[in-house]
Design a protein around this ligand. Structure first.
Ligand code: NDP
Length: 280
């Protein structure tokens, strides 16, 4: 029988690891599917998605700069996607409607808590950045009842808006970078796009509590500037977002196929391929 069709849309997309990850999942779980990457700029998103689903496509992943457009495109939304105002996974349901989900946050939470045994409950968390990624990760993190989340951003009003929108879900506050001094955090999550240009948000020293951890949503073949910063702050763990990438893919795969792939062997393989051992 013909395989079911899946794809990731984004712009740029050529370096995406998603096709590799989903093909590894399909092999591992014996699912008959194809998964390709398509370069789709924002102004072509709607027509491309329509074409894809009308021609039998079963599911799409959407990445930069399409997550908000995918959120608008979906016929119905999961609660976490509704709150995040961003969709990274579209699924054609049996009734023909397109469901929009956001698996980024649960992907991050699974990488932190399951793969790396980092406790979120009752912890003091600092999130850097107030863009789509921050919106996407907040609800799943808040489910673990951290004692406090601070969102720091260069443009303070963007952080303030997010704090306002998520206020019902937990204790949140906003800050600019200079005012962060003299506070201590158990976990610092970099959800800015600074790493993509080798930069670091302007962090004052002394923010990380003893035994605290750092996590950069960005990843590359080399450790990011923020991963290096975490090491210099003597973080217990200083991790990048490769594990999150695999975990968000696994959640999308589960939504589409109803089968949960084993993620740790895929993370280990991708780490090996970029020449770094899997961080403990
Ligand atoms: P957005 O463009 O929506 O937001 C970017 C944010 O970064 C803004 O808050 C911006 O601040 C801030 N920023 C950019 N440059 C700097 C800088 N030099 N110093 C301080 N702040 C800076 O991006 P997204 O939220 O969509 O993505 C953020 C990151 O998360 C990206 O690196 C992306 O690759 C990664 N990501 C990883 C995933 C994974 O699976 N591992 C999944 C999703 C995202 P301001 O508002 O002041 O401009």
């Amino acid at each position: 029988t013909a395989p079911d069709n899946y794809a990731v849309f984004g712009h740029p997309i050529s370096h995406s690891k998603s096709p590799r990850i989903h093909r590894l999942f399909a092999e591992q779980t014996a699912q008959n599917l194809s998964y390709v990457a398509e370069d789709v700029p924002a102004d072509k998103f709607k027509a491309s998605a329509e074409h894809f689903f009308q021609n039998g496509g079963k599911g799409l992943n959407c990445t930069v700069p399409l997550k908000e457009l995918a959120w608008q495109y979906a016929d119905c939304l999961t609660e976490r996607a509704r709150l995040g105002k961003a969709v990274n996974t579209l699924a054609k349901q049996s009734d023909g409607l397109i469901l929009g989900d956001n698996t980024d946050g649960i992907g991050l939470v699974n990488d932190l808590t399951v793969n790396h045994h980092i406790e979120l409950h009752a912890s003091r968390i600092l999130i850097l950045g107030a863009g789509g990624a921050t919106r996407g990760i907040l609800a799943p993190i808040l489910e673990h009842r951290p004692s406090q989340i601070t969102i720091a951003n260069r443009t303070l009003d963007k952080a303030e808006t997010i704090v306002h929108e998520f206020a019902d879900l937990g204790t949140l506050s906003s800050s600019d970078y200079p005012s962060l001094g003299h506070q201590l955090f158990d976990l610092i999550i970099n959800a800015t796009s600074a790493s993509l240009s080798g930069q670091l948000p302007p962090l004052p020293p002394g923010l990380l509590a003893p035994n605290g951890c750092c996590y950069d949503l960005a990843y590359g073949n080399q450790p990011t500037a923020f991963v290096h910063w975490g090491i210099a702050q003597q973080a217990r763990k200083s991790l990048d977002g490769l594990g999150m990438l695999v975990e968000q893919a696994a959640e999308a795969f589960y939504l589409w196929r109803g089968v949960r792939p084993e993620t740790q062997e895929v993370i280990a393989l991708l780490n090996e391929e970029r020449g770094s051992p899997t961080p403990a």
